[in-house]
Design a protein around this ligand. Structure first.
Ligand SMILES: Nc1ncnc2c1ncn2[C@@H]1O[C@H](COP(=O)(O)OP(=O)(O)OP(=O)(O)O)[C@@H](O)[C@H]1O
Length: 564
């Protein structure tokens, strides 16, 4: 993010901002938003009647308001908003779209404060360590800012410095956010089928990981190592001598931003080739390394004069294990075969789906989607469209996608958007498919070997199923036994005889109660009548008569033979 020259005076960036004032500010936003949602659900709040167009328009206005409020609330909420923008399975489309526009438009802090942080963390003065330190940051984002500097040896570096007081702000904000998550969890409407506390825990973990620059340095090293044999990808080197939780020095690698099309063309760079390198680098990360850059927005990708792709910012990375990659293939096969049951099972196995309760409704939705949306061949569809379909199914259902899965989808969708900007005919699936097959067949790593075995094993299995149902039958029995073993099958035994007997026993019990009450009222009526209280005696007699009648009716029912 370029540093802002004019600095809006946000409350959270003031020194005298108290925890109490913060709590009020945050709860004011939460309660106002809850009130808006409540009002929007009421028919009378729409002048001239509630229509789909009016609802959509209002949802959009609310989403814009939410985005602006998150921006006002500062770093923690900007990041949480950005994370929530990947959750189209729990938020309406309008909110997802608005939150994904949430950019780190935050004021830079002064070079003086940056120097203080560097000196306090590294224990030496900035002038001793660096021959030059650029006071105006290259970029300022919500968590920190980037200053250019030079080492006495002449090497050019960038120094990332964390925003002052960030961890203190996190501690306060996350404490309040936890209460908000609990509030929504316990809410009769918004809490149903949602795991707000789980989502809060995920956000908390990611925020603290991103705020630890040592972690970012380790990620950058691992990413760089993974691409050491690929000359098309460049990753800055970490200068560990100048690293702490709040400071990170990296090799200075200037480049043209992938979204700066004019500059790319002026340098004679091939836009199509850049889009392809990006997609292939992602296939490599997802299928081979199992370690991927989770935030490939245009600010984090640049191109050198030679057409190499530079990656910046390793704060948010995703990991997928090799076993998950095999399961991912199984999902693709299931989708290709339009087998809803298999899609759901593979997504559950993948950990991509957590179903609470009955899988029936979701199976029907998935089947509907497979039959209707997936009309086009897979390789012609965009990943963004596929994820939209998935989110459409998931929205308002009693399950959610785990963060890793939504991160993969978001990373690929973002990259796809970038690719389309560079080359209007770009399609991630088209690039990915042959690349994935090639990687699985000719891969030199042990992992891709096992992956290709799984791939062909799966083809064999599917072929056997399709060509011969008789052969497939034992498999189904086997699957059913496995389900039984896992406790996924509930057996309901219906015995009419037992049901009848139970009903009779219960009716006899109720009959006893009526008999007792009837007798009681008859005795009361008699005693009252004998003592001259005629009106109360009549009332008691009526009550006694009612209970006796009900009892007689019940007795005839007990003896009547039941219809089969
Ligand atoms: N090694 C580098 N060489 C040159 N420029 C860099 C380098 N690292 C970062 N930058 C520049 O600084 C910008 C911000 O860097 P980075 O994304 O790492 O910071 P951030 O605080 O994590 O920002 P954000 O959260 O917006 O991604 C990059 O877009 C890039 O322009």
């Amino acid at each position: 993010m370029p540093a802002l020259s004019s600095e809006p005076n946000y409350r959270w960036s003031r020194d005298n901002y108290s925890e109490f004032a913060r709590t009020i500010d945050i709860w004011r936003v939460v309660l106002t938003f809850s009130w808006m949602i409540w009002i929007d659900g009421k028919q009378w709040s729409y002048i001239g009647g509630k229509t789909d167009i009016k609802v959509k328009k209002r949802t959009r206005q609310r989403a814009i308001w939410l985005r602006e409020s998150m921006l006002q609330l500062g770093p923690t909420f900007i990041k949480v908003g950005q994370l929530l923008s990947t959750r189209a399975d729990i938020l309406p489309t309008e909110s997802v779209e608005e939150l994904s526009k949430l950019q780190d438009k935050v004021p830079a802090f002064t070079a003086e404060r940056a120097r203080q942080i560097i000196e306090s963390d590294l224990g030496k003065s900035v002038d001793q360590m660096f021959s030059h330190f650029e006071p105006i940051p290259l970029a300022a984002a919500s968590l920190g800012q980037v200053h250019k500097a030079q080492l006495p040896t002449g090497e050019e570096i960038v120094v990332k410095v964390q925003r002052p007081g960030l961890l203190k702000l996190f501690a306060i904000d996350l404490g309040i956010l936890k209460k908000i998550a609990q509030y929504f969890q316990n809410h009769p409407k918004h809490g149903r089928g949602r795991d707000w506390v789980g989502i809060y825990e995920e956000c908390r973990k990611i925020l603290y990981e991103e705020a630890d620059y040592l972690n970012e340095g380790r990620n950058a090293d691992a990413f760089r190592r993974n691409f050491r044999n690929d000359r098309r990808i460049i990753v800055p080197r970490v200068y560990w001598r100048y690293a702490s939780r709040r400071v990170l020095a990296l090799e200075y690698l200037p480049g043209i931003k992938v979204s700066n099309y004019d500059a790319l063309e002026a340098s004679g760079l091939d836009r199509k080739a850049i889009a392809r390198i990006g997609a292939e680098a992602y296939m490599e990360q997802l299928l081979n390394h199992g370690f991927f850059h989770a935030d490939p927005h245009p600010g984090n990708l640049a191109v050198t004069g030679k057409g190499e792709l530079i990656f910046y910012d390793f704060g948010m990375m995703g990991r997928i294990q090799s076993i998950t990659r095999e399961k991912l293939l199984r999902t693709f096969f299931a989708i290709a075969q339009k087998d809803a049951e298999a899609v759901i099972n593979s997504l559950i196995e993948l950990g991509a789906l957590e179903v609470k309760g009955d899988t029936g409704p979701i199976r029907r939705s998935v089947q509907y989607m497979l039959d209707n949306f997936m009309g086009q061949p897979m390789e012609k569809r965009s990943v963004a469209a596929i994820s939209d379909d998935l989110y459409d199914i998931a929205y308002d259902q009693p399950f959610r996608f785990p963060a890793t899965f939504t991160f993969v989808l978001r990373a690929i969708s973002t990259l796809e958007g970038l690719g389309k900007g560079l080359d209007p005919n770009f399609n991630f699936m088209e690039v990915a498919q042959p690349y994935a097959t090639n990687l699985m067949q000719n891969g030199n790593s042990q992992e891709s070997g096992s992956l290709s075995t799984a791939f062909f094993g799966e083809i064999g299995r599917q072929a056997a199923q399709v060509s011969n149902t008789a052969i497939a039958l034992p498999r189904r029995i086997d699957d059913t036994l496995a389900k039984l073993d896992r406790g996924d099958i509930r057996v309901r035994v219906k015995s009419q005889e037992t049901d009848r007997l139970l009903r009779r026993v219960s009716n006899v019990g109720i009959g006893m109660i009526y008999a007792l009450l009837g007798a009681n009222f008859w005795i009361c009526a008699t005693l009252l009548f004998v003592n001259g209280a005629q009106i109360p005696a009549i009332m008691a007699a009526i009550a006694a008569a009612i209970f006796t009648l009900v009892l007689l009716r019940l007795l005839t029912k007990i003896d009547r033979p039941e219809r089969q």
